[in-house]
Design a protein around this ligand. Structure first.
Ligand code: PLP
Length: 358
């Protein structure tokens, strides 16, 4: 039996994608090989890689002014790669902190220059977004970094910030969940394992004119210009993950693209927040203006019931609802692939649990 998996990542993949991967496992399109066995330099894999990039560009509307890179090292690798590739001979970077991931990104960037915190909601336990009118963006900053969706706290930007320096955005947990005007960004990056595919491949979309001579200690696999020149194949890329990423993008196109999936995402999130708000038994601490459509943290009025909640949910096929260890409680991650039925089943379970234990 397949379960509804509310994990924050790696997360659910579309069933048709898994089925197709199974069908093509031993013999991809008459090649007589699994994708896993192909040379990344051969014609078959080249076709897969090119199709994947074309789909990504189509779905997000990425122009030729940008490189699309398919790298390893996760979003965490990009925390370092970004300053290494963008700073050149300058030093100042601005960061807006709305959760733990932005904080980690800033801590890593400090190794390469001077990080100025333009705004932070840490005093509010990362439950909101500081008023953009009050952000202190250093005019000398090479870029402003923010995290469009904080996966742990469940805080998501409903707007793209208006600033005078290039925007760098960690979209790991909400990329492709809604339309986005890529031309507003200098860099968008995301690990695949939430909304795009299996763990092990990281998408970086970078405006070509922002690249500077990289920091002298930049590993060549993190050198954007070199990777772009090599078609992200400076070394052996994660070929199978790249292929699965392409299949997920095809699935997404079949769902009506990002516009189509956004409608479903809004419906799912509305249903879950609606149930939480209608109850005194469940509570979500996030400023309602900035609640995430992807990650919905909530607590039970009586935390001693947490274990029972998780156990009974699992028995109903609703798994991985445990909140992040740093915040406790529950977290339902309802990325693109989570069907409406999964959220309906969760809401029904929550209401029944409250009836029995509230
Ligand atoms: N940024 C965000 C918003 C995340 O949610 C995560 C992972 O959960 C990361 C960065 C780190 O990603 P990775 O594990 O791919 O390095």
């Amino acid at each position: 039996m397949r379960v509804y998996n509310f994990s924050a990542g790696p997360s659910m993949l579309p069933e048709p994608v898994l089925q197709r991967a199974r069908e093509e496992m031993l013999d991809w399109h008459g090649s007589g090989m699994s994708v896993m066995e192909m040379s990344h330099r051969g014609p078959h894999f080249r076709q897969i890689a090119e199709n994947t990039e074309a789909l990504l560009r189509e779905l997000l509307g990425v122009s030729d002014e940008y490189h699309c890179l398919f790298l390893q090292g996760g979003a965490t690798g990009q925390f370092a790669a970004i300053p290494m590739n963008l700073l050149g001979d300058r030093r100042i970077m601005s960061y807006v902190l709305t959760g733990s991931w932005g904080k980690k990104a800033a801590a890593e960037a400090k190794k390469y220059g001077e990080v100025m915190i333009a705004a932070s909601s840490e005093d509010a336990k990362f439950t909101t977004i500081p008023d953009p009118a009050a952000w202190d963006v250093d005019p000398e900053a090479v870029y402003l970094h923010y995290t469009s969706n904080e996966t742990i706290g469940g805080v998501e930007f409903p707007f793209v910030p208006e600033v005078d320096v290039p925007l760098v955005c960690d979209m790991s947990s909400d990329i492709l969940s809604r339309p986005v005007d890529v031309s507003r960004f200098g860099v968008i990056y995301a690990g695949a394992q939430k909304n795009m595919g299996p763990a092990g491949i990281t998408v970086v979309i970078v405006r070509k004119d922002l690249l500077r001579p990289p920091h002298p200690a930049t590993p060549q696999v993190f050198d954007y210009a070199k990777q772009a020149e090599a078609g992200s194949m400076l070394n052996t890329p994660p070929t199978y993950n790249w292929y699965l990423l392409g299949l997920v993008l095809e699935w997404l196109r079949d769902q009506g693209g990002v516009e189509g999936i956004e409608k479903r995402n809004i419906e799912k999130a509305g249903l879950l927040y609606g149930a939480i708000d209608a109850s005194d038994f469940y509570y979500n601490p996030v400023d309602p203006r900035y609640r995430s459509c992807m990650n919905v943290p909530f607590t039970l009025a009586d935390p001693s019931l947490d274990g029972l909640f998780l156990k009974e949910a699992e028995a109903e096929g609703l798994v991985n609802l445990k909140g992040h260890r740093s915040v406790g409680g529950m977290r339902a991650s309802i990325y693109n692939v989570m069907p409406l039925e999964g959220v309906q089943a969760l809401v029904q379970f929550m209401q029944e649990f409250e009836r029995r234990h509230g």
